[in-house]
Design a protein around this ligand. Structure first.
Ligand code: FES
Ligand code: FE2
Length: 343
């Protein structure tokens, strides 16, 4: 993510959730290892794009999943392949009350994952169950908690009081399929030097990266007062790919970009952006700021599409914010020791 502080004239076609940008596959070097998926909260759908009774396939964490909304309105995310003969529940599965029915032989699975009915048999095998992922719905999105060992959430989803506040505009949405690992996208916001070289800011904006006392929430503050549209940027990153970016153009002239990620696989990430601005500046900044951010992403795009993930980058003395980001991000992965203890 980048270019938040600057508006550009370059055009990049905007897409919505029905469309996706054509992807240049990320190049993978044989000598490089792309990280696994970090633990944290990730989005799998906008709330308004999952209707009661709707069933859809979802690709996340290199897995096939099924997402549906029960008749009582609860979103449910489960492994997609039926334990019987492997049909994909996201393609032709049907919601029945609080459960989903497989399109192949009609086995029905509850929102907790257990098979509740086999229409032609009165005995249900013990192992007839689907893995159910922990989901929560908040701020207009459906989130899944991801942890490699399937443990419950270790922290709560942040509040976003500006959504629904009459002083702020109705949110604008954008969605992109980005050809990069979620960690590399997150790293971009802690990389002030690229603002000059990729986003053509006049110089490297003075930036500071700090981590909250709890060690988890990372803050980036960037002073873009030299940019064509001067601003002060503050990004709070809750976990890789999940951030709240505030940009202030002056007293009362503020905008927020709420940024959530769906790691599709190790080379593709679906990014969902929600933008709201103070009503006072909507006519000046609402659509233009959104377009500026989209154009900023277009600057990053060719870099992401062709780069490799450097597991051990060579940093120079001035790469302080990147070094801090790499230290911070480690906590979202299991260490080799964790893995040995679990095994
Ligand atoms: S494959 Fe699902 S019921 Fe047979
Ligand atoms: Fe960028």
């Amino acid at each position: 993510m980048g270019g938040l502080a600057v508006l550009y004239n370059r055009q990049l076609p905007m897409i919505n959730s029905e469309q996706s940008m054509s992807i240049v596959d990320a190049c993978e070097s044989r000598t490089n290892v792309t990280p696994e998926f970090p633990m944290g909260w990730f989005s799998v759908s906008r709330s308004h794009e999952l209707h009661v009774g709707e069933v859809k396939p979802v690709q996340a964490f290199d897995r096939e999943l099924v997402l549906y909304r029960t008749r009582s309105g609860v979103p449910v995310l489960q492994d997609a392949y039926c334990p019987h003969l492997g049909a994909h529940l996201g393609h032709g599965g049907r919601v029945v009350g609080e459960s989903v029915r497989c399109p192949f032989h009609g086995w029905r699975f509850g929102a907790g994952g257990k098979c509740e009915e086999i229409p032609y048999c009165d005995e249900i095998p013990e192992r007839a169950r689907l893995r159910t992922w922990h989901t929560e719905e908040k701020n207009g999105e459906v989130y899944v908690w991801y942890h490699p060992e399937n443990t419950g959430p270790q922290w709560e989803l942040p509040d976003l009081p500006e959504l629904g506040d009459p002083n702020w505009t109705v949110p604008r949405y954008a969605e992109f399929l980005v050809p990069a690992h979620v960690q590399d996208i997150a790293e971009n916001s802690c990389d002030p030097v690229h603002f000059q070289y990729v986003h053509r800011q006049p110089d490297v904006p003075p930036s500071e990266v700090t981590v909250e006392e709890n060690g988890r929430i990372l803050h980036l503050r960037s002073d873009a007062s030299n940019a064509p549209i001067p601003s002060q940027l503050h990004a709070a990153v809750f976990n890789p790919g999940f951030a709240l970016v505030r940009n202030s153009y002056g007293p009362g002239a503020e905008m927020i970009v709420y940024n959530s990620a769906q790691p599709v696989n190790r080379h593709e990430t679906r990014m969902r952006w929600t933008l709201t601005v103070r009503r006072e500046i909507e006519d000046l900044a609402g659509d233009d700021v959104m377009q500026g951010i989209i154009n900023g992403l277009g600057d990053d795009y060719p870099i992401w599409a062709n780069k490799v993930h450097k597991h051990r980058p060579v940093f120079c003395k001035e790469d302080k914010t990147l070094v801090l980001f790499r230290k911070w991000v480690r906590q979202f992965y299991l260490t080799e020791k964790d893995k040995r203890e679990i095994a």
